[in-house]
Design a protein around this ligand. Structure first.
Ligand SMILES: [Zn+2]
Ligand SMILES: [Zn+2]
Length: 198
């Protein structure tokens, strides 16, 4: 994912501030004495002298769709939480538990975008798709939420049968009334139950 955080703050109109035209400084090393045959000239022939004198400035400007400024604070907040979770030292936690916050925050981000678009209908398709493309929401997880029985699915791992004993799905997918334990936390993401209707 492109990290554009450092590329200048987003303006109120939702567009990234274009980088100020910077003076390009060429820092060529001093010419070396030629000791052997000079290397073949590999410069593309089609580039004119004018093109060579105006080096192409690489910009990765992102065009933010309408409404971005309304959802950006929440997304930034969740991203900060994600970084915190990733940098956590995991002291005293079981190995599997260390990943739980990461799954939870990832779920929250996807859910936020999903709800805004499908349930609250507060963002437009363009912004919704932008969030998916930019990785603010997990499109595979959202695809599951649209299917009956998966509306509350916690994470994709919990429905991958190869990750579980006896090729079943995760305990968190079992409806409350069908499992013996009333309180559970699944090993994959710490889900306390995500069957539809729970
Ligand atoms: Zn679950
Ligand atoms: Zn699970």
């Amino acid at each position: 994912m492109t990290d554009w955080v450092g590329l200048g703050a987003a303006l109120p109109n939702g567009h990234a501030r274009p980088p100020a035209p910077a003076k390009i400084q060429h820092n060529f090393p001093p010419p070396r004495p030629v000791v052997g045959p000079s290397p073949p000239n590999t410069a593309p022939l089609h580039r004119s002298a004018a093109a060579r004198s105006m080096p192409k400035i690489k910009t990765s400007r992102v065009k933010y769709p309408e409404g971005w400024e309304l959802i950006e604070p929440t997304l930034r907040d969740l991203e900060a939480k994600m970084r915190e979770a990733e940098n956590d030292t995991h002291d005293g936690k079981r190995k599997c538990e260390a990943l739980w916050p990461i799954f939870r925050i990832s779920h929250q981000k996807s859910r936020y975008i999903y709800d805004l678009y499908y349930r609250r209908k507060e963002i437009k398709k363009e912004l919704y798709e932008f969030c998916l493309d930019q990785g603010y929401a997990d499109k595979n997880l959202i695809a599951k939420w649209k299917k009956p029985g998966y509306e509350r699915l916690c994470c994709l791992r919990c429905i991958q049968t190869r990750d579980h004993n006896f090729a079943t799905t995760c305990v968190c997918r079992v409806p409350k009334h069908l499992r013996e334990e009333t309180v559970i936390e699944c090993v994959h993401c710490g889900c306390k139950g995500c069957a539809s209707g729970d």
